[in-house]
Design a binder for this molecule. Structure first.
Ligand SMILES: NC(=O)c1ccc[n+]([C@@H]2O[C@H](COP(=O)([O-])OP(=O)(O)OC[C@H]3O[C@@H](n4cnc5c(N)ncnc54)[C@H](OP(=O)(O)O)[C@@H]3O)[C@@H](O)[C@H]2O)c1
Length: 232
């Protein structure tokens, strides 16, 4: 019997990450999901519902030493998909970039851009040639589509993530693995807020299908949940 495929989802405690974990479990995958604290999360509920198919690891992507420790614990593992979902935003969405505190700017940039790339650099060798490496970006990270401003620091952090992924992808040439930065749409979660037009239930199954389909397509793409290319 072939062994089930495995996805590592970084940031799987709640919101889109927990829903992604549920979606992959529903398709028969094994899930390694990370949480930040010892508290019970949605991922713990999924682990109880799917005995033997969920491994919970602790990781705060702001902490480089925790990333190195996770890499040591995963030695010998194969990750068919490595996906960094974790992300954050500024407390005040209307804050102009020139007005944000240095501390807040650094916090968002480290969690949304540096942390994901540190994880990807540290764990990428566990992803086979036919695997996929991805990160949750945002439509707000598109420089080309930014006609309205708003959420300036968040936008900048996701644009930085996209740029760093392009640099990573350039190093994969001429035989790149499949890579994706996703723009999931504006979805009702703690981060998306109650005004968001889309639900987790209608959006995340599309993301799961997209990641599975994209596994067979080498190279980096910036894709929305319908698989349409988003302009950088
Ligand atoms: N919702 C939207 O409309 C939307 C749109 C575009 C893109 N996104 C992106 O989608 C991703 C998930 O967002 P969401 O809406 O599901 O947000 P959420 O409900 O606020 O969940 C955020 C997730 O990221 C984790 N996380 C945050 N900082 C972390 C860190 N330093 N280390 C490890 N994990 C960390 C959280 O863990 P804890 O539970 O420990 O806090 C949680 O699992 C983010 O990258 C976000 O930018 C969301």
């Amino acid at each position: 019997m072939p062994t089930a495929a495995t996805i590592l989802i970084v940031g799987a405690s709640r919101g889109l990450g927990a829903a992604l974990a549920a979606g992959f479990l529903g398709r028969g995958w094994h899930v390694i999901g990370t949480v930040r604290s010892g508290s019970r999360t949605e991922l713990h509920g999924l682990a109880e519902k799917h005995p033997g198919r969920v491994r919970i690891e602790m990781l705060d992507i702001d902490e480089a030493e925790q990333i190195a420790a996770l890499r040591r614990r995963l030695a010998g593992s194969t990750l068919d998909i490595l996906f960094v979902n974790a992300g954050t935003t500024t407390r005040d969405q209307h804050m102009h970039v020139g007005d944000v505190s240095t501390e807040e700017f650094v916090r968002v940039m480290v969690t949304n851009a540096l942390g994901p790339m540190r994880v990807i650099e540290a764990l990428q060798d566990l992803v086979p040639a036919d695997g996929l490496i991805g990160a949750m970006s945002s439509g707000q990270g598109s420089i080309a589509n930014n006609e309205t401003g708003m959420r300036e620091v968040y936008r900048g952090s996701k644009a930085a993530l996209n740029m760093f992924m392009r640099s990573f992808a350039a190093r994969e040439a001429p035989n790149p693995r499949a890579m994706a930065v996703l723009a999931p749409g504006w979805i009702r979660t703690d981060l998306g807020g109650p005004e968001a037009p889309y639900t987790v239930e209608e959006s995340v199954p599309l993301l799961v299908d997209l990641l599975i389909a994209k596994r067979g397509v080498p190279g980096l793409q910036y894709l929305d949940r319908f698989g349409q290319v988003v302009p950088w």
